[in-house]
Write a protein that binds this ligand. Structure first.
Ligand code: SF4
Length: 432
């Protein structure tokens, strides 16, 4: 997905990761811990075919589960040991081959290498992965090839080598341009490296850059947050994402807060800084096209936008998630087990859940509301049932009265005030 450093945290009220959104109210066709054959992934109930018809394109996500060091807030799947790097890359290559039918031949529009820290891959390794994709998937219509990168990896020689790969977009994990925040987060880079990496990438010819921010960190004053945001304009960056710091269980941050080694996160601070974010981004000419994502006109992330539109994607690598229009699957989050399962046992290790039409509809409500294109009642009527559209419209009444939602024709949209309660509102609109 869509998974990567940028998805670690969300806006103040949300508290659930994007990938978890899709587990709400779903029934589970769990097959774990048994390993099952990859063909089991390819299922297509009748109800989903009309949705599938509108989704002739798809994305591929590759998860590179290695990092130099662990950031305190991170609960993604990664290892700071490179012990299994070669095996995992071999297994990723094999998984690409095994699952070539998962997307039913849909044209690949985007490739996104996330992690973990994909900038630990060499240009040759990236090219070999792309060659495998080219062998098994239709790639003639690729619009975007993104590599997540940490600033400390973006040295000039590495950037030059990447010019000889299909990578045409960077997602750089900046998080902050202030050393004190980066030390607090236990990031592997400093503020000077963040600045340098962006300029070096631009000098090397990569203009399509997005950066990630984290706000709500103790010590980040409102003035410092505004100053961080102003770097986007100063450095001519066309896209950025911003997430409130959230404290996930089993992270070092959670442990440190519980043991009073670090200050707790203040939700009021995060909520206030979310409002500052929206105001300043708008003043700088950015569109908030998704709650946590901001782009200059025309610079939307294609991969992520397709995900929010409900297009299928294939996730390859340990812990990667997939969606084929009817079911979701997620690979085992263990590097050694992932590699062994594919390379030795010739099986994929994953769990999956089949979506019912109602679950699919509720996902649409949840995801579409977060975007500037909103939740389209006519689409609900056409693709599900007109009674569902009426029900959603009726349930929205209370929030329209509170001015958290507004209705533009047949489309429901969050107001700025409503954006602080996006998930709560979506859940209230769900169909039972
Ligand atoms: S760089 Fe940090 S935030 Fe990103 S995946 Fe690694 S540990 Fe997590």
């Amino acid at each position: 997905m869509l998974r990567g450093c940028k998805s670690t945290t969300l806006t103040p009220n949300e508290g659930i990761k994007p990938v978890k959104i899709y587990s709400i109210q779903l029934f589970y066709a769990y097959v774990w811990p048994d390993f099952i054959d990859y063909h089991t992934f390819v299922t297509m109930p009748e109800f989903a075919k009309k949705h599938q018809k509108t989704a002739p394109t798809a994305g591929i996500y590759l998860h590179i589960p290695f990092c130099k060091q662990a950031c305190v807030y991170c609960n993604f799947h990664f290892s700071t040991s490179l012990r299994y790097k070669n095996e995992v890359l071999q297994a990723i290559t094999k998984e690409l081959e095994l699952r070539k039918d998962y997307l039913n031949g849909a044209a690949i529009e985007t490739i996104y290498i996330g992690g973990g820290t994909p900038s630990l891959l060499t240009a040759d390794e990236i090219n070999r992965l792309y060659e495998t994709i080219m062998q098994h998937y239709p790639v003639q219509h690729i619009k975007e090839f993104t590599l997540e990168a940490n600033p400390d990896d973006l040295e000039i020689a590495y950037l030059k080598s990447l010019r000889n790969t299909p990578v045409d977009r960077f997602s750089i994990g900046v998080q902050s341009f202030r050393d004190e925040d980066l030390v607090y987060m236990h990031r592997a880079h400093n503020a000077g490296q963040a600045d340098y990496a962006i300029k070096a990438a631009q000098d090397a010819g990569f203009s399509n850059i997005t950066i990630d921010f984290i706000y709500g960190t103790p010590g980040l004053t409102d003035a410092a947050w505004k100053s961080n945001l102003s770097k986007v304009k100063e450095l001519s960056i066309p896209h950025f994402s911003a997430y409130a710091l959230t404290v996930e269980e089993k992270t070092a941050l959670h442990h440190n807060i519980m043991n009073r080694k670090t200050a707790p996160v203040d939700p009021e601070q995060a909520a206030g800084q979310f409002e500052l974010l929206v105001d300043q981004a708008t003043a700088m000419g950015f569109e908030q096209y998704e709650i946590s994502n901001f782009a200059l006109p025309g610079s939307y992330a294609v991969h992520n936008t397709n995900y929010w539109r409900g297009l299928p994607y294939l996730g390859i690598g340990p812990s990667a998630h997939s969606f084929n229009g009817t079911s979701r699957g997620w690979n085992v989050a263990n590097n050694a087990l992932y590699a062994k399962s594919i390379l030795q046992d010739k099986k994929l290790a994953f769990e999956q859940e089949q979506l019912t039409p109602i679950q699919h509809l509720n996902e649409y409500i949840m995801t579409s509301l977060r975007t500037m294109w909103g939740c389209d009642l006519d689409k609900i009527a056409n693709e599900w049932d007109s009674s569902f559209a009426q029900q959603v419209e009726k349930s929205s009444h209370l929030f329209r009265e509170k001015k958290w939602l507004r209705q533009d024709g047949r489309v429901l949209l969050l107001t700025n005030a409503g954006k602080l309660f996006a998930d709560k509102i979506a859940v209230e609109l769900f169909i039972d």
